[in-house]
Design a protein around this ligand. Structure first.
Ligand code: TXA
Ligand code: MG
Length: 346
C-alpha cells in the first residue's frame, strides 16, 4: 500500500494505478486480494480458479456451505458467469449497477461449484467503487469475494480493519478509503419473472426502489406475500453474523433502561438525533447519528470501537423500517442474536 495521494485518475483513494495493476496480476495467478467496494471491503480471488476460491474460505474461516458473490466490472460480462439470465436481471442491473445490488442467477458451468457452495445458482454484483472496477477490469476475470472479515465478525468498512482481521493470510491489500455505504449489498433472488423477485438480504438498494422499477411489490423472501425460503436457498441465514464481542441490545423509541444495567460496566450507546443521554449508564462510547445513512455507514466501525473500549453492551436505537433503515435494523438484530423484528423484545 502506498501512502501517497491519488494519481489523478480519480480513484478517490490513496492509491496508485501501479498497485491495482499488481493486484490484478495477483488475482490472475491464483492470489488473494483485499479490495474496497462502496459497501464493505471484499476478499477477492479469481472466480474461475477453484483452488484460489478454496483459499478464500480458509482465510476467512468460512463454512464451505456459505456461497460467495461474484463481482464483475461490467454488465456485458454477465454471460461469462450465468446461463440464460432472466430478462428482469438485465432490467435491474441496468437500473442499479454499478452499485450495491446482488442478483442470484443460474450459474454457468464455467464457475466452479465451490464458489456457490454447490448451488445451481451464482450471486452476481457489479460494484461501483472505482478501485474495484479497475481491479476487476485489469484482472480480466470475474472476482469471487466475500466481505474481508474473519467469519462471524462485522464486515470491514476500512482497510486497517480488514488487515486486523486477516493479517498475513492475505498478501495484497488495496486502500480505497472508508466505504460509502457501510452495509453489504442487497441480495435479490429472481425465481420466475418479475413477479417473484425476493430480497434475501436487505441493503442500500431498497425494496421500495426495486418495487418502483418492477411495478410490483417486492418483499423479503419468506415475507407475508412470499413462500418460505429454505436455508439451502438462502445460505447466509444459516450462520451467525456481524457479532461484536459486546452484547448488542436494540431498542426503539423510549430507552429501555433495565434496572440491572445501571452503571455496572461501560456501555456504548448509538442514537439517532438528539434524544437525551441516559445518565445512570456508564457510557464509554456515545454516538449520535445525524442521518440513517450516516448510522449505516458507521455501524460496523462503531461495533469494533465498542469492543476496543471494553464495552459489555451496545445499546443501538433502531431506525424506522423504511429505505436503508430496513438493512440497518436487520444488521442490528442479527448482531444482537435476534433473527428479526418478530422475535424482538427487550
Ligand atoms: O456488499 C457485498 O455484498 C460485499 C462486497 C464485498 O461485495 N460482499 C459480501 O459477501 O457481503 P458475503 O460473502 O459476506 O455475503 C454474501 C451473501 C451471503 O449471505 C451468501 O449466503 C449470499 O450472499 N449468497 C451468495 N451466493 C448465493 C446464492 N447462490 N444463493 C443465495 N444466496 C447467496
Ligand atoms: Mg460477510
Amino acid at each position: 500500500m502506498s501512502g501517497s495521494s491519488a494519481d489523478g485518475r480519480g480513484f478517490g483513494a490513496p492509491i496508485q494505478l501501479e498497485e491495482i495493476v499488481q493486484a490484478a496480476e495477483a488475482l490472475r495467478t491464483g492470489g488473494l486480494v483485499v479490495f474496497p467496494t462502496e459497501t464493505v471491503y471484499g476478499l477477492g480471488a479469481s472466480a474461475f480458479d477453484a483452488t484460489a476460491v478454496r483459499r478464500v474460505f480458509e482465510a476467512k474461516g468460512r463454512p464451505a456451505d456459505n456461497p460467495l458473490i461474484v463481482h464483475l466490472a461490467d454488465i456485458s460480462d454477465l454471460s461469462r458467469v450465468t446461463e440464460h439470465p432472466p430478462e428482469v436481471a438485465s432490467l435491474l442491473f441496468e437500473r442499479f449497477s454499478p452499485g450495491p445490488l446482488t442478483l442470484v442467477l443460474p450459474r454457468s458451468s464455467r464457475v466452479p461449484a465451490a464458489v456457490s457452495a454447490g448451488l445451481p445458482t451464482v450471486a452476481v454484483r457489479i460494484p461501483s467503487h472505482p478501485v474495484a472496477r479497475e481491479l476487476i477490469r485489469l484482472a480480466g476475470v470475474p472476482v469471487a469475494a466475500p466481505s474481508a472479515n474473519r467469519s462471524g465478525r462485522p464486515s470491514p468498512t476500512d482497510l486497517e480493519t480488514a488487515r486486523q482481521d486477516l493479517g498475513d493470510r492475505v498478501a495484497v491489500y488495496l486502500d480505497g478509503g472508508p466505504c460509502e455505504v457501510g452495509l453489504e449489498s442487497t441480495v435479490v433472488r429472481i425465481a420466475a419473472g418479475a413477479a417473484s423477485v425476493e430480497v434475501l438480504r436487505e441493503g442500500a438498494v431498497t425494496r421500495e426502489m426495486l418495487s418502483e422499477v418492477l411495478g410490483v411489490t417486492v418483499d423479503a423472501a419468506g415475507g407475508s406475500s412470499n413462500p418460505p425460503v429454505s436455508a439451502a436457498e438462502s445460505p447466509g441465514t444459516r450462520h451467525a453474523h456481524y457479532m461484536p464481542r459486546a452484547r448488542v441490545i436494540p431498542f426503539e423509541g423510549a430507552f429501555p433502561g433495565p434496572e440491572q444495567d445501571r452503571a455496572t460496566a461501560p456501555v456504548a450507546l448509538l442514537r439517532i438525533g438528539n434524544a437525551p443521554e441516559m445518565e445512570y449508564l456508564d457510557i464509554a462510547l456515545l454516538r449520535r447519528f445525524g442521518s440513517v445513512e450516516e448510522y449505516a455507514r458507521s455501524l460496523y466501525r462503531v461495533f469494533r470501537e465498542a469492543d476496543e473500549e471494553g464495552c459489555t453492551r451496545i445499546y443501538a436505537e433502531l431506525p424506522p423500517p423504511r429505505g436503508i433503515g430496513r438493512a440497518l435494523r436487520d444488521r442490528i438484530f442479527r448482531a444482537s442474536g435476534l433473527e428479526n423484528d418478530e422475535n424482538f423484545s427487550i
